[in-house]
Design a protein around this ligand. Structure first.
Ligand code: FAD
Length: 308
């Protein structure tokens, strides 16, 4: 089994920032990513609130963060982590496919992923049901689509879709769409964007490809024929692989102290997976840097304890 001081799980903004700081401090670590370095950022059309940079695409920001890590000498390894547990010496064993790693500390930076929860959703993923408008919207040029969401993320996605699709329905469970005034106002001006408030989604229908969604507003049930649908309210933290540690989670999110340390000694968390109020790129990068700093002290104390 390969042994490292630290295993970082996830190479999004948080994991890459942590890796950058650990590399500069000369700590031995591996960073495991099951998809592509950059994480969620790769799916975001437009970022205009990252301090110090002019508005840019999520992919460009992801590439910038990744490049900073590469320049520092970080190498991202492929790995889909399936479990994290402790051995009798208090070290972590991180399993990823056929590989296992032994580590003194682990950083969980796995962000959020979509968990299908609506009737019919799972069977139609990739068949007109998608979680990324930028990736899949262009496949449905001049067709009819809808998103089910709340907050600015949904508005960003709807804004992108409004330039591609013939009609975009924006369904939200709230009695008024909750999002920033600026984004809402600009979307409301678009003739091809139709808001449906207080909508409770009950089913996604289709044989081999989506054909419609069914929703209720109050007691009235409606069926909306569609070519593509983005149900964005099913995002959950990607933390199921932590179950062997018996760590207590808050709705799947990890509680951490001001140093990004969890209640399990040696286990740190950074980015969207953390139980916190603001999930943004800037807070993900910040968590990564803070976690690295805590880990450096943790490893130093461990060495001292061992008389090294
Ligand atoms: C549509 C949308 C618009 C947004 N707009 C903005 C914006 O304008 N400004 C802003 O600041 N923020 C925005 N955000 C939020 C921002 O994208 C996130 O807060 C940030 O990217 C989170 O980074 P992260 O590193 O915590 O997680 P992620 O970027 O999700 O990275 C986690 C990584 O972990 C990997 N992973 C997961 N599980 C495993 C596993 N078991 N093994 C190995 N790897 C694993 C994933 O593949 C992923 O690459 C937006 C988000 C969305 C969805």
């Amino acid at each position: 089994m390969e042994s490292k001081d630290v295993v970082i799980i996830g190479a999004g903004a948080a994991g890459l920032s942590c890796a950058l700081y650990l590399k500069r401090a000369g700590v031995s670590f591996i960073i495991l990513e099951k998809g592509a370095p950059g994480g969620k950022l790769l799916t975001i059309p437009h970022i205009d609130n990252y301090p110090g940079l002019m508005p840019l695409s999520g992919s460009d920001l992801a590439m910038g963060i990744y490049q900073s890590a590469l320049n520092a000498g970080v190498e991202v390894s492929y790995g889909d982590v399936s479990s994290v547990q402790k051995n009798e010496h208090g070290d972590f064993i991180v399993d990823s496919g056929d590989e296992s790693y032994l580590a003194k500390a682990v950083v969980v930076a796995t962000g959020l992923s979509n968990v299908p929860s609506i009737k019919g959703e799972k069977a139609l993923i990739g068949k007109g049901v998608s979680y990324c408008a930028t990736c899949d919207g262009p496949l449905y040029k001049n067709k009819v689509g809808a998103i089910y969401s709340t907050g600015d993320r949904g508005l960003e996605e709807a804004s992108y879709l409004s330039n591609v699709l013939k009609e975009v329905y924006v369904l939200t469970p709230d009695d008024q769409y909750q999002g920033s005034e600026r984004l809402l106002e600009s979307l409301k001006k678009k003739e091809n964007v139709i808001f449906v408030n207080s909508a409770k989604l009950t089913e996604i229908k289709g044989e081999g490809h989506i054909s419609s969604i069914v929703y209720q507003v109050g007691s009235k049930e409606s069926e909306l024929p569609l070519d593509v649908f983005f149900p964005l309210l099913g995002e959950k933290s990607a933390s199921s692989f932590l179950s062997p540690l018996k760590i207590e989670l808050s709705h799947g999110f990890i509680d951490v102290d001001s140093g990004c340390a969890s209640s399990v000694k040696g286990l740190y968390a950074a980015g969207d997976i953390v139980n916190k109020k603001l999930r943004q790129v800037v807070t993900a990068c910040s968590d990564g840097a803070i976690a690295s700093n805590s880990i450096i002290s943790y490893l130093r104390d461990k060495k001292k304890e061992a008389g090294l």
